[in-house]
Design a protein around this ligand. Structure first.
Ligand code: IPE
Ligand code: IPE
Ligand code: MG
Length: 252
């Protein structure tokens, strides 16, 4: 089933270039089986591997995964600490494979709050893969959409203060170059697993014209077929960007 759908999608002109995923539902998945929430986080890692592989096979340009939000620090300390440990372990275990597969890894978010050990691992992983030309894999960690816009404003205000930029030169295009996803194609498709229909402070600026896809499936159950279904649904949508349907058809 999924091989057939994948083959179909490979021949399709309307694939998204940049897909983002809010990987939600790990805790509930574990709790439903009477297990601790962290068991769900561990099971979720396998699905990360699976979507990265499929995204590469479909030749998507960028995949941005929400791994830890700026609000997730508020969770119980032991859950936060398991998540940090998991991040460190997964980074160590997966980086060689990602590099072999020509994936360029980038961690987006305020990484200064992480331990020195984790910050070093992140830096090394990014350095190792920086010249790779395949899929750009962004892992959003301690990321918040409002933080992203704020840090872009701070950088631009700094340039104004230094006399290198005048306020009237601040345009949407310029702000785009200072948010964490600068250099990447526009976000086309935003997927959220776990049944909730909200953005939870993810890519606020970038999601302006993204197609939104929500599924009840909990993240540890989100397999390749679910991912392909989301992409297939994207490829069937008419994106009008404010125009009329007739205008869109005429420019095709
Ligand atoms: C998403 O799953 C993973 C992180 C936020 C780190 P959750 O842990 O939010 O799982 P639910 O939503 O409680 O089921
Ligand atoms: C969003 O999930 C963050 C990640 C998936 C990393 P949450 O579970 O934190 O979102 P809310 O709290 O339900 O909005
Ligand atoms: Mg959640």
């Amino acid at each position: 089933m999924s091989e057939q759908l994948k083959a179909q999608l490979l021949g399709c002109d309307d694939l998204p270039s940049h897909v983002a995923i809010i990987m939600d539902g790990n805790g509930r998945w574990a709790q439903r089986m009477g297990k601790r929430r962290v068991v769900g986080h561990k099971a979720g890692v396998d699905k990360v591997r699976e979507v990265v592989k499929t995204a590469s096979e479909l030749n998507l340009k960028a995949l941005t995964l929400f791994a830890f939000s700026s609000e997730n620090w508020q969770r119980p300390a032991d859950e936060v600490s398991v998540l940090m440990e998991l991040f460190l372990t997964v980074l160590s275990l997966e980086i060689k494979r990602l590099n072999r597969n020509n994936v360029k890894l980038s961690i987006i978010g305020d990484t200064t709050r992480f331990s020195d050990k984790l910050q070093t691992k992140i830096k090394n992983a990014q350095d190792l893969t920086k010249d790779n030309t395949g899929l750009v894999l962004n892992i959003a960690a301690n990321y918040g959409g409002r933080w992203d816009v704020t840090q872009a404003c701070q950088q631009l205000a700094g340039l104004v203060q230094q006399g290198k930029l005048s306020p009237e030169d601040i345009s949407e295009e310029l702000i785009n170059q200072y948010v964490c996803t600068a250099q990447l194609p526009e976000l086309d498709l935003l997927i959220r697993s776990g049944g909730d229909c909200r953005i939870s402070n993810f890519l606020l600026w970038q999601a302006a014209y993204a197609e939104l896809y929500f599924t009840e499936t909990l993240w540890p159950d989100f397999d390749e077929n679910e991912f392909l279904k989301a992409i297939a649904s994207f490829s069937q949508v008419e994106r009008r960007f404010g125009c009329t349907s007739e205008q869109v058809v005429a420019t095709k």
